[in-house]
Write a protein that binds this ligand. Structure first.
Ligand code: NAD
Length: 234
């Protein structure tokens, strides 16, 4: 491998698992006892907005009681100290990366702690419930705020920025993600095609594990600090 200047890191629910936030596939296809199709699709929201809002209200309240773990802390340290290019692309909608201090971060699937007004398109910070149909702080219209999260079938955010970074990357690292949700699951092939070295850090081999040059399996709280220390030659 040549000199590494530019790193892209993809994270998934496995990074937050040890903070006590449920991953999705570890629940046997259920997410907090709900089938994903019943809570995380635009069709579900159209059919039963109260159920979907209650589900997200519960998750939004829960993540505010959780803390970043050693994996988030290590990635924030790498972000602060890596003098080359670096981008953390997270599929997670929790705010644990930024609470740990990460700055070069894209939330490709949106953020739990934001509400999106379908009347005026504004996005606002949101810590409380949406199920009681509050008014949008920007336009004042009540009842048309939804969680600012990307549901299955919707377009992830900032894909142009992400592909630009993947095409420049010397190293692509995938952490705590099952490799089941596209387009994120295809990032490893995009980075490889542009000549990047690729590394997987996950509890178990992901669905795309054979696309990676190297893989280490175990808990993120151990694997990520060890890898970051290697990168910073601590
Ligand atoms: P996933 O649930 O499909 O897969 C999680 C992966 O993490 C699995 O491969 C599992 O083996 C691994 N894992 C579990 N515990 C781990 C640990 N302690 N250390 C290392 N790896 C561990 O998650 P995904 O691939 O991110 O896709 C799920 C989708 O659901 C995403 O689109 C995401 O937006 C959403 N989601 C987000 C959160 C969150 O924000 N924290 C939580 C659940 C789901």
């Amino acid at each position: 491998m040549g000199e590494i200047r530019s790193i892209v890191i993809l994270t998934g629910a496995g990074v937050s698992a040890e903070s006590g936030i449920d991953t999705f596939r570890d629940g046997g296809g259920l997410w907090e006892q709900h089938r994903v199709e019943d809570v995380a699709t635009p069709e579900a929201f159209a059919r039963d907005p109260d159920l979907v809002q209650r589900f997200y209200d519960m998750r939004r309240a829960a993540i505010q009681t959780k803390q970043p773990n050693a994996a988030h802390d290590a990635l924030a340290r790498l972000d602060a100290q890596w003098t080359g290019e670096l981008l953390i692309v997270t599929q997670n909608v929790d705010d644990l990366h930024e609470r740990a201090g990460a700055r070069r971060l894209i939330h490709m699937h949106g953020e739990h702690l934001k509400a999106w007004c379908t009347a005026c398109d504004a996005r606002s910070s949101w810590l409380g419930p949406l199920g009681d149909r509050p008014a949008c702080p920007a336009c004042g219209v009540a009842g048309l705020l939804r969680p600012d999260v990307v549901w299955f079938g919707e377009m992830p955010y900032r894909m142009e920025d992400i592909y630009r970074a993947l095409n420049r990357a010397d190293l692509f690292v995938s952490i705590g993600t099952s490799g089941a949700v596209y387009p994120a699951a295809g990032f490893v092939r995009e980075a490889r095609a542009s000549g990047a070295a690729t590394l997987e850090l996950n509890m178990e081999p992901s669905q795309g594990t054979h696309w990676f040059d190297a893989a280490r399996h175990g808990p993120a709280s151990a694997l990520v600090p060890a890898w970051v220390a290697e990168m910073l030659e601590e």
